[in-house]
Write a protein that binds this ligand. Structure first.
Ligand code: ADP
Ligand code: MG
Length: 380
């Protein structure tokens, strides 16, 4: 990738550029907790986006996407927004940097990546982060890392029409090799935890399914959570978000809210605790407990929160049957990947069976991504 990028940069701009890199991410546990003020537990991965960048002394950005084989030029004012979707991420990062008082001089860039698009690994956050990081360095802006993540998030909100939380950009910017990060979505506090699963592999199986109902279902889940939190708040005013509630407090209001809202809240309160339990387990290198919590999360997402689907339940059940240590649907649900913690000696049998049986049942093959927890945004 490095060579391809530098060769293209040389062809277009006459010399080599400075290389930067950022990463996609996984979330080990902590699903649908972000908007409930709970924890998420992501890490950056060994799939990323690399860019060669150099200031060009102009008031304009010249950028080439190797993967799309497309060249785009744009100015740095609001009205210069490019038409190409991929270029809007870069334009958005420039604009959001300027809005925060940062300097953005024109630059030349060539970039490419290997984060699968739309598979739930956040290729868009990798793209925003590599440019946010590089632009900050090149211009000596000194914007802190959390604000760089917010630049990526605001780019999604204001230039790409995606109202996302902060997790993806946070993970991409803050990621460290061999470490997961527990982020408190209410306070922004975070802590690194070691992740060295010796003898295990972390593997994603992409069902390649995308269900259309995902966004309306998502809004309904949020409503249920807010409704449950409001009922609990009457007894316990300190409950700002559902994640602040104790399980017992939920039981107190069981007959005051629809059963559906109760089940959704039961999942969320359990999930917040599971993140803490996984963190404790990691400090003891206890990957069996980590795996068991992943199964519990899958059960909750499937039966209580009801955001799984037949394909994902199938993969999860197969994992359990084959003694895979941990498995769960990753991301918002209704499709996408399962994330699996697998003993090395089981890996080939499990992946072989998953491919074969999934294809036989659903008529298309799943995709498989081996992931390693890696560094996030950096200069190479
Ligand atoms: P994801 O879940 O992977 O973040 P999104 O739909 O949010 O999926 O973002 C994918 C978009 O990000 C692509 O359509 C493209 O515009 C941009 N993108 C991601 N990776 C690349 C890449 N390697 N080259 C160019 N654009 C990319
Ligand atoms: Mg995205």
């Amino acid at each position: 990738m490095k060579t391809r990028i530098q060769e293209k940069f040389k062809t277009l701009f006459g010399k080599e550029g400075q290389l930067y890199m950022s990463s996609g991410r996984i979330n080990l546990i902590g699903e649908h907790t972000d908007y409930n003020g709970g924890y998420v537990f992501p890490g950056a991965i060994n799939f990323g986006i690399m860019a060669a960048i150099e200031p060009n002394g102009l008031n304009k950005v010249k950028v080439y996407s190797l993967d799309y084989d497309e060249y785009v030029e744009f100015g740095l004012n609001e009205e210069d927004k490019p038409d190409q979707a991929w270029a809007r991420y870069i334009f958005g990062v420039c604009r959001e940097t300027i809005k925060r008082g940062g300097k953005v001089q024109g630059f030349n860039a060539v970039f490419a990546g290997d984060v699968p698009l739309g598979a739930g690994l956040s290729s868009s956050a990798a793209l925003e982060s590599v440019f946010a990081f590089a632009i900050n360095e090149i211009n000596g802006n000194g914007i802190d890392k959390f604000e760089l993540a917010r630049i990526g998030q605001s780019t999604e909100h204001n230039y790409c029409g995606v109202k996302c939380g902060i997790m993806d950009q946070f993970a991409s910017i803050f990621g460290k090799e061999g470490a997961l990060m527990r982020l408190n979505c209410k306070t922004g506090e975070y802590k690194y935890f070691p992740f060295h699963p010796k003898g295990y592999k972390l593997v994603l199986i992409d069902s390649c399914v995308k269900h259309e109902l995902a966004s309306s279902a998502y809004n309904k889940r949020r409503e249920s959570c807010e409704n449950a939190a409001a009922a609990i708040r009457k007894n316990h005013p300190e409950v700002e978000f559902l994640s602040d509630a104790k399980r017992l407090w939920l039981d107190e209001v069981r007959d005051q809210i629809p059963e559906e809202d109760f089940l959704r809240a039961e999942y969320v309160i359990g999930e917040v605790q599971r993140v803490l339990d996984v963190c404790d387990a990691l400090e003891r290198d206890d990957y069996e407990t980590v795996g068991e919590m992943m199964y519990q999360t899958h059960f909750g997402l499937s039966r209580l929160y009801e955001v799984s689907c037949e394909e994902l339940d199938f993969l999860n059940k197969l994992a359990r049957k084959m003694d895979v240590t941990g498995s769960r649907v990753m991301g918002g649900g209704f499709g996408g990947c399962t994330i699996n913690l697998v003993k090395e000696e089981l890996y080939d049998a499990f992946i072989g069976a998953a491919k074969e049986q999934f294809t036989a049942k659903f008529g298309h093959a799943p995709k498989v991504y081996d992931v390693v927890i890696s560094d996030g945004a950096r200069k190479l």
